[in-house]
Design a protein around this ligand. Structure first.
Ligand code: 8DG
Length: 277
């Protein structure tokens, strides 16, 4: 949840990224979320907003007042800058980094499509949270893994991955994973054990994101590539099989190794078993 929203004239520490606002400064809303913003968004600016998000406090703003906002931060990537200049609704992704979509729902309470322009900057030490599923044919006796081939962004298109996606603000990891699997594959699953990564946020993917991964088993639906993927495949988990030969997102390789070890140790967990709530 976004803790506070204040006019740019009196920014909190987290809004140091904001360098200048042309036109009317009071039209810029700054959300300072901290740990509660699970997607890793610490500072965010919504411009062109026509009404403030429902869970926020602060002064009013008027439609179109702040459509010339400049965000500046030494940690900003070329991708962020591209987003600043790109068309609303576009996605950007620099090689090795994540694509951030210009959409309002990255901030809880800002789900209105009328918030047309959102720029986010990651907090230092807080990564964008991704969740992924190691969907196996059986949680108790796994022998095959469901893998998915991405269609975007161009840097990742054609690479195989664990189905999943970004945790949205206000969402917990496991519900996010259920949502992603439903949206992307049209399946309902029961979750098994989490495949613990090296960090609290799971497995590092790049400088901006980390992924938590759970074993899962399909309980309803037939996996179908509904969005984000052009092919799904059940592959044998045994060593020396197709699984290793597939062109994986490189960051996923260590996860695959750990997954195999967990399967060998029959450590995929019982349904509902979790590391945390
Ligand atoms: N789902 C998934 N993403 C991965 C894996 N490995 C890896 O580096 N990533 C990266 C790729 C993406 O930059 C990011 C996940 O973002 P995404 O685009 O899949 O998220 P999403 O489904 O919520 O997509 P969108 O709504 O933003 O379009 O994490 C993986 O195994 N599974």
């Amino acid at each position: 949840m976004v803790n506070s929203v204040v006019p740019i004239a009196k920014p909190p520490a987290a809004s140091a990224a904001i360098a200048s606002v042309r036109r009317r400064p009071c039209s810029l809303w700054v959300g300072s979320g901290g740990a509660e913003v699970v997607t890793g968004v610490l500072a965010a600016a919504i411009v062109e907003g026509v009404r403030r998000p429902p869970h926020t406090r602060g002064g009013g703003c008027r439609a179109g007042d702040a459509d010339d906002v400049v965000i500046s931060n030494t940690r900003r990537s070329a991708q962020d800058q591209a987003l600043d200049s790109g068309a609303a609704g576009s996605e950007g992704a620099a090689p090795g980094s994540l694509g951030f979509r210009r959409r309002a729902c990255d901030l809880e309470g800002a789900h209105s499509p009328r918030y047309t322009h959102l720029v986010t900057t990651p907090a230092s030490g807080l990564l964008l949270q991704i969740v992924g599923a190691a969907v196996v044919d059986s949680l108790e006796l796994p022998s095959r893994l469901l893998v998915a081939r991405r269609t975007s962004p161009p840097e990742l298109a054609g690479l195989w991955e664990f189905p999943g996606g970004k945790v949205e603000a206000g969402e917990s990891c496991e519900p996010a994973l259920h949502r992603e699997l439903d949206e992307e594959l049209g399946i309902t699953v029961r979750l098994g054990r989490e495949l613990d990564g090296p960090g609290k946020q799971g497995w590092p993917l790049n400088e901006r994101a980390a992924m938590r991964v759970w074993f899962a088993e399909v309980t309803d639906g037939r996996p179908t590539a509904l969005q984000d993927h052009d092919e799904l495949r059940w592959v044998d988990l045994a060593a020396g099989t197709e699984l290793e030969d597939l062109l994986w997102i490189p960051a996923d390789r260590p996860i695959l190794s750990a997954l195999r070890a967990a399967v060998s140790a029959r450590d995929t967990g019982q349904p509902g078993q979790k590391r945390d709530a």
